[in-house]
Ligand binder design. Sequence first.
Ligand code: CAA
Length: 283
Amino acid sequence: MEIKKVMVIGAGQMGSGIAQVCAQAGYEVLLNDIKDEFVDRGLGNINKNLNRQVEKGRLTEAERDSVLNRIIASVQLEDAADVDLVIEAAVENMEIKSKIFAQLDEITPSHAILATNTSSLPITEIAAVTKRPEKVIGMHFMNPVPVMKLIEVIRGLATSDEVYEAIESMSHKLNKTPVEVNDFPGFVANRILMPMINEAIYTVYEGVATPEAVDEVMKLGMNHPMGPLTLADFIGLDTCLYIMETLHEGFGDDKYRPCPLLRKYVKAGWLGKKSGRGFYQYN
Ligand code: CAA
């Protein structure tokens, strides 16, 4: 199962980061989104990140140019007709992902692996819309993708060992560390991270401490690089709420109940860094 050509679907923060690390590892990459302007924005992010590496002396200009030359813009899923792997990083919506995977199943060669970067949707359910569930797998990258070492590699119910091993080996080529996980709500990363963030929000909601105080305790006391509320703003409060709801629905346990303050902020459009306001204000 040799992987040479990869399509990344979704040119947002995660998708562009994934495309960048794949191109830096020597893969040929198609960066796909539904509109040219979205792909252009993703390419702009990659350019900025690579230029920062050039400024720091970690990359030559020639290396930067060859990485950029390995990334081709795409606005049609049909461009996946000759890829070996697709990594889908589109919006976290089961209906949209199911539609994409059903189309990819028709378009891509029969040997191609179909991976999703979903943070909490069931891999097994996504795989079930295809006629190749053994070739469907989760590749959950962490934000910011170029910096974070982990890839949570999630086996769906039918994922084959051969496919798991191909993705494990590719993860090492991307200079990342794969960790094998089974398909249950929130996998491992978000099953543990999100209840901590939710509890931090309850701590503010119940007037125990200010957001600044909660973050300071966790940063200085637990050596976390960011406090949980800064991290929630960084991830996006809508994403945090969505994942909590997935955990709550998946396990049916009250311990995953999203904090009312989180719901209120999302309803107000306070989505964190990307909207300019969350637990903190950004300009
Ligand atoms: N893209 C690329 N590189 C970035 C970056 C970005 N968005 N943000 C920071 N960096 C790089 C910087 O260039 C810098 O590189 P060098 O060390 O090579 O110079 C390095 O990261 C450190 O950056 P800074 O010095 O500016 O800031 P920092 O030391 O505070 O680190 C951080 C920033 C890496 C984001 C750090 O705060 C951190 O690790 N935060 C926690 C991140 C985290 O928990 N991510 C997981 C989120 S959960 C998730 O993604 C899964 C999900 O499903 C929700």
